[in-house]
Design a protein around this ligand. Structure first.
Ligand code: ADP
Ligand code: MG
Length: 562
């Protein structure tokens, strides 16, 4: 093919790809525009995960009637005028690309009236072509409606995830911006249902409480430090309140949510040795520094930034967090309340002890090739079972072993049908985040099959009506927490992977714990059950259930010739 210049429509679509990757990118850009326009109230309405329709309405400064078509031209912005400006950006937008990009790949209706003008404008633009423009009476502010995203780029449509995944991504952005701009009233609706309406908050902490619950907000430690023109403030969790992923390590740099590696690294270094391995804190930090010290023009969607003095900032953040931890961490409370799952009621249900009918026995006829018959000798540290076999001494981890037994039993039951459910006499109310609510709804069918009955109870609360029968009352909250995590991590599309993971979580919470004193009968029962497992050697998470000390080795180490 000879070299030729691409036609402008195609160029626009290619450029749009950088800015508008998915519905959440549209939401993000429109919300940023509303914030740049000084809005005090921003309404976001989503239909069909944003693919069908996105509406963002603000009460900001509006666009002057004469400039509306220009706003949709490429590289048209009111926020930059010279090269120097590029190095001291104080607005969220500045590239003048978003509206052009969105209009290139969707059907857009813009209604706006500038403050100080008498009449507004309605403009309709589709695939980059202006279809209609007419005067319109409306209050000052702007309303952008984006419909049928990627209608003219079918290839991009194929890259979109399901409605639920797109919706979660949108929720994440809105949640972040709602946090970053607590004085702005945010309203979020999905398919006509209000997810939240957050009136202007005086302090970020109040917004934090509105989004994450007062219990977490109250438990967080305040960070506040300023040196050399760099301000670091916000909230972090004390040791003892942690989470299993980095998802809530949240940073705003000059009002922009940024996802980079340096800031989390600085924070985690400050937490060094204070958190168990694989656990992460909750961190909400605002970093303010002179605009000329941050280059925001390194990423088309402006998610990454570059700092002029990254080492200095690293130290400042690390120091600020470290000081907050050192000075305000409370003495850890034994069996501190579980966060983020917040129960307002606990079910009154007896805690079943492992017994003759130790839950979940694999089928009798399945003899394991793996384990010899074992004679239980006793328990040490309320944690390990000592047993004798034909060829040596055996040590079992009671928790891991029970997990394995339960896992195989539940898997076998699942072959037959749904897992038995245990209705709760007193349903448990649990507050969840908007993304979590969507996840629970999406997976409702599977959860029911596993014995969970979970119903929405208000916009941010669910009611737990039944749990798998194998669980004890005290395990309910932790299993629910695991479940949310499993759902969040379940995006890998392996068939059946989510179910297996959920079952593993149920087993983890249902199994006898380390520290639980067992009777000889209970131990015998557990050992018998493990002997009958198909894969008795490891718990479902891959840790060993049983260790053997061969007789020969004992003899050698005792200096016996045998
Ligand atoms: P940028 O935000 O980088 O300037 P955009 O394409 O997002 O580029 O917007 C182009 C211009 O349209 C903005 O510079 C601003 O002047 C105007 N604009 C867009 N959205 C709004 C809004 N909600 N309120 C007021 N002005 C807006
Ligand atoms: Mg913009």
């Amino acid at each position: 093919m000879p070299i030729r210049i691409l036609d402008p429509g195609l160029v626009a679509q290619i450029a749009a790809g950088e800015v508008v990757e998915r519905p959440a990118s549209v939401v993000k850009e429109l919300v940023e525009n509303a914030l740049d326009a000084g809005a005090s109230r921003i309404e976001v309405e989503i239909e069909g995960g944003g693919r069908r329709r996105i509406r963002v309405a603000d009460d900001g400064s509006g666009i002057p009637a004469a400039e509306v078509p220009l706003a949709f031209a490429r590289h048209a912005t009111s926020k930059l005028s010279s090269v120097e400006d590029l190095f001291r950006v104080t607005t969220l937008g500045f590239r003048g690309e978003a509206l052009a990009a969105i209009a290139a790949v969707a059907r857009v209706t813009c209604r706006t009236r500038a403050v100080g003008e008498d009449l507004g404008v309605e403009l309709r633009i589709e695939g980059g072509r202006i279809l209609a423009q007419r005067p319109l009476a409306r209050p000052p502010g702007t309303e952008m409606i984006v419909e049928d995203l990627f209608f003219n780029t079918p290839a991009r449509l194929k890259f979109l995830k399901g409605e639920g995944a797109e919706r979660r991504q949108i929720d994440l952005w809105i949640t972040r911006y709602a946090l970053a701009y607590p004085h702005v009233h945010f309203v979020l609706r999905h398919n006509g249902r209000e997810i939240f309406s957050l009136p202007a908050a005086r302090e970020p902490r109040h917004r934090l409480a509105a989004l994450y619950g007062a219990e977490l907000a109250d438990a967080l430690l305040e960070v506040s430090e300023e040196a050399d023109g760099v301000q670091v403030y916000g909230w972090i969790s004390p040791p003892g309140i942690d989470r299993p992923d980095r998802q809530e390590l949240v940073f705003f740099v000059n009002g922009r949510w940024v996802q980079d590696r340096m800031l989390p690294a600085a924070v985690l270094q400050a937490y060094h040795t204070l958190l168990p391995s694989g656990r992460y804190p909750w961190v909400f930090l605002w970093v303010k520094l002179p605009p000329e010290q941050v280059d925001v023009n390194v990423h088309p969607a402006k998610i990454e930034v570059r700092f002029r003095d990254p080492d200095g900032l690293f130290r400042a953040v690390q120091r600020a967090v470290h000081r907050a931890l050192r000075e305000s961490t409370p003495v850890p409370v034994f069996q501190a309340a579980e966060i983020p799952v917040r129960a307002t009621e606990f079910p009154a249900r007896p805690v079943p002890m492992p017994s003759e009918d130790l839950a979940g026995e694999p089928a009798e006829e399945r003899a394991s090739p793996g384990l010899p018959p074992l004679r239980v000798i006793g328990q040490i540290q309320a944690r390990y079972i000592i047993a004798e076999g034909p060829d040596g001494l055996y040590l079992l981890d009671q928790h891991a072993a029970h997990e394995r037994v339960l896992y195989e039993a539940l898997q076998a039951q699942r072959q037959q049908g749904p897992l038995p459910a245990q209705p709760l006499l007193q349903p448990v109310l649990i507050d969840v985040l908007p993304e979590e609510m969507s996840l629970l709804e999406e997976n409702r069918g599977l959860l029911e099959e596993l014995g969970f009955r979970i119903e929405p109870f208000g916009p941010r609360t669910v009611r737990l009506q039944a749990v798998p029968a194998v669980l004890s009352a005290e395990a309910i909250l932790s299993v629910f927490q695991d479940l949310l995590l499993d759902l969040q991590e379940s995006r890998r599309p392996v068939e059946g992977a989510l179910e297996a993971q959920l079952i593993r979580s149920i087993c983890k919470r249902a199994a006898v714990k380390a520290g639980q004193v067992l009777s000889v009968e209970q131990m015998q029962h557990l050992v018998r059950a493990l002997e009958r497992c198909a894969m008795p050697w490891a718990c479902p998470h891959g840790r060993p259930t049983i260790l053997r000390f061969p007789i020969g080795q004992l003899a050698r180490q005792f200096g016996r010739e045998e």
